[in-house]
Write a protein that binds this ligand. Structure first.
Ligand code: GLA
Length: 357
């Protein structure tokens, strides 16, 4: 691993940092113009950057111990450089002159566990560039550029939740977000509660293809209902008359939006947890993005008396589960559940609360 001081041969010009996200409620609602309640992870990604000594971008990931180089008029090779290039191109499209850069990236955010490490990388990069170049771009503008980078350069047709959460949330609050207006509010977590996040250890292999199929199904369902987006469904009974699979897809989105609005009003731990359980059942049965490992893990979490509710978090098909539990219990419950889950040969890991190493 190259050390930051050796990489720059002097102090860097600027730094940027951003967290990942855990979505507590409101899954697969963002691309339906709906509502969601993510929070930020305590883990995150940081970048240090400085103008480069030549005409190349030189990006070094300390986490991967990998360097990529590309000229100003070239594309970054596939991999982490693509997300950074996407951010640079997004700024250039907004008439920002971005010089060639050396950038040093480090992260304690697990990659591939569904905590949006790519959004954290995009937002850390954009914050670093905003500082270095003195750009007058607000946090919502940065989230939009990050999302464009993900869609165009990393070819994932994602919604806006991950980048908005990385840009605007903190780990002491949940971010209520309206994906249509991009209005947001920071809300407290339910009183006397804490979060547990466990990586299922299952790679999200089907996630990209299934994600795009679900998106298309939702668009078709909205068209059949004659509304611009599923967010606009005012009569839930109309959804029940749709042919399958549109009926169940739309039902998930309509009910999930209603759950978020209920939670936004302020709920106790047990009431919030019960919405999380309903959300998981809906993602499993109606939206069909769960897998047996995620069902197993959430079931093990729910067996704990101090757990109020548990669900898969993120796109599904692998990745992590989130649970809400009584304050003060998260570490002990998390460790016990991971041990039980791994007894069947699985590779679970406790991600939150962060364990001392
Ligand atoms: C992924 C996408 C988000 C969102 C979630 C599902 O994380 O990047 O935009 O759609 O899946 O809620």
């Amino acid at each position: 691993m190259i050390r930051q001081n050796d990489f720059f041969q002097g102090p860097p010009a600027a730094h940027g940092a951003a967290p990942g996200r855990v979505n507590l409620l409101g899954e697969h609602t963002d691309y339906n113009d709906g509502f969601m309640l993510p929070t930020a992870t305590p883990q995150g990604t940081s970048v240090a950057l400085a103008p480069s000594f030549d005409a190349h971008f030189v990006l070094y990931s300390a986490t991967l111990d990998q360097e990529v180089r590309f000229a100003h008029d070239e594309h970054a090779p596939p991999g982490f450089g693509r997300y950074i290039e996407g951010c640079i191109r997004g700024l250039e499209q907004r008439s920002v002159l971005v010089p060639s850069l050396r950038m040093y990236i480090s992260s304690d955010l697990p990659v591939g566990a569904g905590l949006s490490s790519s959004a954290a990388l995009e937002l850390a990069t954009l914050r670093g560039l905003r500082r270095m170049l003195g750009l007058a771009l607000d946090d919502v503008a940065l989230a939009l550029i990050g999302q464009e980078a993900e869609v165009h350069y990393a070819q994932v047709n994602c919604g806006i939740m991950d980048q908005m959460a990385s840009s605007l949330a903190d780990s002491a609050h949940m971010l209520f977000l309206d994906a249509r207006t991009l209005k947001f509010e920071l809300l407290p977590l339910p009183l006397q509660t804490a979060l547990i996040v466990i990586d299922s250890g299952m790679p999200r292999t089907l996630a990209a293809s299934a994600y795009n199929i679900r998106r298309a199904e939702c668009e078709k369902a909205a068209a059949l209902l004659g509304v611009p987006a599923l967010r606009d469904v005012s009569d839930p009974d109309a959804v029940e008359k749709l042919p399958e699979p549109y009926r169940r897809r739309a039902r998930h989105v309509v009910r999930e939006n209603a759950r978020v609005l209920r939670a936004r009003a302020g709920l106790s731990g047990p009431d919030f947890g019960s919405l999380m359980n309903q959300s998981h059942a809906s993602l499993r049965d109606d939206y069909e993005v769960s897998i047996p490992a995620l069902d197993e893990l959430t079931a093990l979490l729910r067996l704990e008396p101090d757990v109020f509710g548990a669900r898969l978090t993120g796109a599904g098909f692998g990745g992590a589960c989130v649970a809400l539990c009584r304050a003060g219990q998260a570490g002990a419950i998390g460790r016990a559940v991971v041990a039980r889950y791994n007894r069947a040969g699985r590779q679970g890991r406790l991600l939150i609360p962060v364990q001392p190493t």
